[in-house]
Design a protein around this ligand. Structure first.
Ligand SMILES: Nc1nc2c(c(=O)[nH]1)N[C@H]1C(S)=C(S)[C@@H](COP(=O)(O)OP(=O)(O)OC[C@H]3O[C@@H](n4cnc5c(=O)[nH]c(N)nc54)[C@H](O)[C@@H]3O)O[C@H]1N2
Ligand SMILES: Nc1nc2c(c(=O)[nH]1)N[C@H]1C(S)=C(S)[C@@H](COP(=O)(O)OP(=O)(O)OC[C@H]3O[C@@H](n4cnc5c(=O)[nH]c(N)nc54)[C@H](O)[C@@H]3O)O[C@H]1N2
Ligand code: SF4
Ligand SMILES: [Mo]
Length: 717
């Protein structure tokens, strides 16, 4: 090697040594895989590598999204200065100007139309500290009742079902390390292979140990491919299926009579109710074979241990609450809860899907899973916040209902932090109108999204590489994301943004924090004695123990690996059966001559939610650069559609144009489209605005539609 070459080589080596390591957690799903991102600077060039880091939940595993998530965080399209809209165009501004515009507009609207003219909309990507602060900003910073978040669309039915049946709502009732010992597992409407890939090894281990795996899904997903029995159900008919399973278990004496008598209430009423179910109709509704249904019931009830895991397939229905309740009945009837390797798991969705719903960004809730219409709960939180109980607003309305009130003109302003509602809400055409009709809108965002483009002021926020805080993962384990990358440009953290808004609105003293940990320490007090009690956790303890489960009432409280082993968290200590139907008045959308097919919607491996982040990762975008609709080959032939061509799908609300993908994996009467694209590919233009009467969940998983080639001029709807 020549001297010159050696010198160049040494120089390169020196440059390569300029490596910074950022410890963090993946920003996407509820597995919250721990990882480190290595930033290697070589002169002007920067290279990134991502490595999984061992932890009790995901053991160092990462999926393709987690490996590539740095790409959006360092993307040149990141918004890094405040933007103000002037004559329809965004202009860069400084924080002082932006906050002054916010103060003037919000004050003007509230003086003229009252405090409730302003609304806030949050998200499940926010840390616990930020979700807590969003609720506080609404109730005491701005004094409005209108606050809700995207988690309403995510898990509200599982949350309300868990709360009513068991007395608390924590995703998993058991630590997930017990899964390998479960001998029968029902996966109802969950596609973990694509949505929580680092969870899958737990199921594989269970199967190795002899577990019988049942998957309920209208599609043959990668998850269904692992199953011993796949029930390819008609969309929206899972409650009917659960009723059939319950009845079969009881009729064949496969239930646990002493568990039902000792640990539950309304057991006799449940039996009476099931006697009155029209079994023939229920059976026809499911589109399944009787033999398969009977096998599922027999396998689950007779297995020594068993678990039921649900996700959005059965939950995002306008009878989602009741559907989940009936799946919980299967656990109660067979006594498979409160025991090792038995129990329930609502597989949470977003990074902080669980914690995000516990600390008060939901219309009806206060921190610690307290309720805003409970006088005692109100008093407790008012004391923590140093305000009078009577000054706390009442309950607001759910996420989509806020959109309706914007469109009707009652809500005049919106502060959006961590969501992209024009792509993710049902009946997306109405959301466009709602956003056009508000007089003043603020968005805290990383990117110019379809929703943020409606804003009058955009505030640049931090990413998961920069923003430290706690998140509660799929297990109910509170983890600490130690994010240390310096804030790019003028970006600020969401909690700083909320504190700054409170300050210009004259409430700064209630929002003076120096770091996320200060907010966490207030949250600990606010959650103390509540159902989701975080009081016994500190940042140090979470670090030391690699995450801490709630409930955690004291600093030396032991972590409970199995909830409900002695009693349930209800007032009488018993689990509650649901014996009447509240959902009868909301009728599910039926197919007819004009709209002859069902459509269901969901996710694919490479993209995340409305795609704003994953589509800015070139490696993920390259894997799937546009949306699609799956159709069975016989159905495609019937409607004269060739694979790969563009088709127009129309419902009673609107249309989307998608590329057709012909596949035997889907039912003949059903189409499937992912939710990750906006604009003309936005599948939520088709989804109805009807909501579950108990939890206000929309029916994202079932609509009636027509299909035609985009090239043809004829069409229906
Ligand atoms: N890759 C990826 N992973 C994600 C996300 C993402 O966007 N992309 N998002 C995260 C979030 S926020 C969430 S909430 C979770 C969602 O996780 P999942 O709920 O697992 O995801 P989905 O694809 O919405 O729906 C799951 C399955 O339900 C099926 N399904 C549709 N209709 C019905 C029905 O009527 N009955 C039954 N039984 N099944 C039905 C679909 O075919 C689909 O396979 O994933 C999280 N993880
Ligand atoms: N048809 C159909 N629609 C659905 C669903 C479905 O299955 N089918 N699923 C529903 C479900 S489960 C969910 S969870 C919703 C999700 O719906 P959305 O909340 O609209 O989805 P995201 O794409 O996560 O939007 C988050 C936005 O916030 C930004 N962001 C990310 N992190 C942060 C942060 O820390 N702070 C701030 N300020 N901004 C941040 C991102 O850039 C992105 O633009 O969609 C629902 N909509
Ligand atoms: S998307 Fe989910 S499973 Fe994949 S790396 Fe991120 S947190 Fe883990
Ligand atoms: Mo979600």
């Amino acid at each position: 090697m020549s001297e010159q070459m050696l010198a160049t080589f040494r120089k390169r080596q020196q440059q390569a040594a300029e490596e910074i390591i950022y410890h963090t957690q993946c920003p996407f799903c509820s597995m919250q895989c721990k990882k480190k991102v290595l930033e290697e600077k070589q002169g002007a060039r920067v290279k990134y590598r991502t490595i999984g880091v061992d932890n009790p939940t995901t053991k160092g595993r990462l999926c393709v999204k987690g490996k590539n998530a740095y790409q959006h965080a360092v993307h040149p399209e990141r918004i890094t200065t405040p933007l103000i809209k002037v004559n329809g165009a965004f202009q860069e501004a400084d924080w002082e100007e932006a906050l002054s515009v916010i103060q003037k507009n919000l004050s003007h609207l509230q003086e003229k139309h009252g405090p409730n003219s302003v609304s806030l909309y949050g998200g499940g990507s926010l840390t616990n500290e930020e979700a807590y602060l969003l609720g506080k900003l609404a109730r005491v910073g701005l004094g409005t009742k209108y606050v809700d978040y995207n988690g309403r669309f995510c898990m509200s039915s599982a949350a309300s079902a868990g709360m009513k049946a068991f007395g608390i709502d924590r995703g998993f009732t058991n630590h997930i390390e017990q899964i390998p010992d479960a001998k029968c597992i029902i996966l109802a409407g969950t596609n973990v292979s694509e949505c929580q890939p680092t969870f899958v090894p737990y199921l594989e281990e269970a199967r190795q140990n002899g577990c019988f795996l049942i998957v309920i899904d209208p599609r043959e997903t990668d998850t269904a491919a692992m199953a011993d029995l796949h029930l390819k159900i008609k969309p929206g008919q899972d409650k009917q299926l659960a009723l059939l399973l319950e009845t079969y278990i009881l009729q064949n004496q496969l239930h646990d009579e002493s568990f039902c008598r000792e640990r539950t209430s309304s057991y006799d009423e449940l039996r009476d109710m099931l006697n009155n179910v029209d079994m023939e109709t229920a059976f026809e509704d499911t589109g399944l074979s009787l033999q398969d249904i009977q096998e599922a019931a027999y396998r689950f009830a007779s297995a020594p241990t068993g678990m039921i895991l649900t996700a959005r397939g059965i939950e995002q229905q306008i009878n989602g609450h009741e559907t989940v309740r009936h799946f919980l009945h299967l656990l109660l009837l067979t006594g498979k809860i409160g025991k090792y390797a038995c129990g329930y798991g609502a597989i949470t969705g977003q990074a902080n899907g669980q914690g995000g719903r516990e600390h008060g960004q939901k219309a009806d809730q206060l921190p610690g899973y307290r309720f805003i219409d409970n006088p005692e709960h109100r008093r407790y939180i008012a004391d923590i916040w140093g305000v009078k109980e009577k000054d706390l607003p009442d309950k607001g309305v759910s996420a989509y209902e806020m959109m309706e009130r914007m469109e009707e003109g009652e809500i005049k302003s919106l502060i959006l932090i961590g969501s992209n509602p024009v792509v993710s809400n049902p009946n997306a055409n109405l959301v466009h109108k709602a956003f056009s009709s508000v007089s003043f809108m603020v968005a805290a965002e990383m990117f110019m999204t379809e929703s943020a483009s409606y804003a009058d002021v955009i505030l640049p926020t931090s990413s998961y590489l920069e923003d430290e805080g706690t998140l509660t993962n799929v297990e109910g384990r509170v983890t600490l994301r130690e994010a240390s990358r310096p804030l790019p440009g003028e970006c600020r953290h969401d909690w700083q943004i909320m504190a700054a808004i409170a300050e210009v609105m004259g409430q700064g003293t209630l929002f003076s924090y120096e770091k996320a940990e200060d907010i966490f320490n207030e949250l600990r007090l606010a959650s103390r004695g509540g159902k989701a009690d975080y009081y016994g956790m500190t940042y140090d303890r979470i670090r030391r123990e690699s995450g801490v489960f709630w409930p955690c009432p004291s600093e030396n409280a032991k972590q409970e690996t199995t909830l409900f082993s002695e009693s349930f968290a209800t007032a009488d200590g018993r689990a509650h059966f649901l014996t009447e139907s509240a959902a009868e008045e909301v009728s599910k959308e039926e197919i007819d001559e004009t709209y002859p097919l069902y459509i269901t919607t969901g996710r694919t491996m490479n993209h995340y939610l409305t795609g704003e982040q994953t589509q800015r990762s070139s490696r993920l975008a390259a894997r799937e650069f546009e949306s699609y609709v799956s159709i069975h080959p016989d159905t495609a032939a019937k409607y004269g559609i060739r694979s790969g061509e563009l088709v127009v799908i129309t419902s009673r609300r609107g249309s989307a144009t998608l590329r057709c993908s012909v596949s035997k994996e889907i039912r003949q009467d059903t189409l499937f489209a992912p939710m990750h694209w906006g604009g003309k590919q936005n599948i939520n233009r088709l989804i109805d605005s009807a909501l579950d009467p108990v939890c206000r969940m929309p029916g994202f998983k079932r609509a009636a539609v027509s299909i035609r080639p985009a090239a043809s001029s004829a069409g229906s709807g």
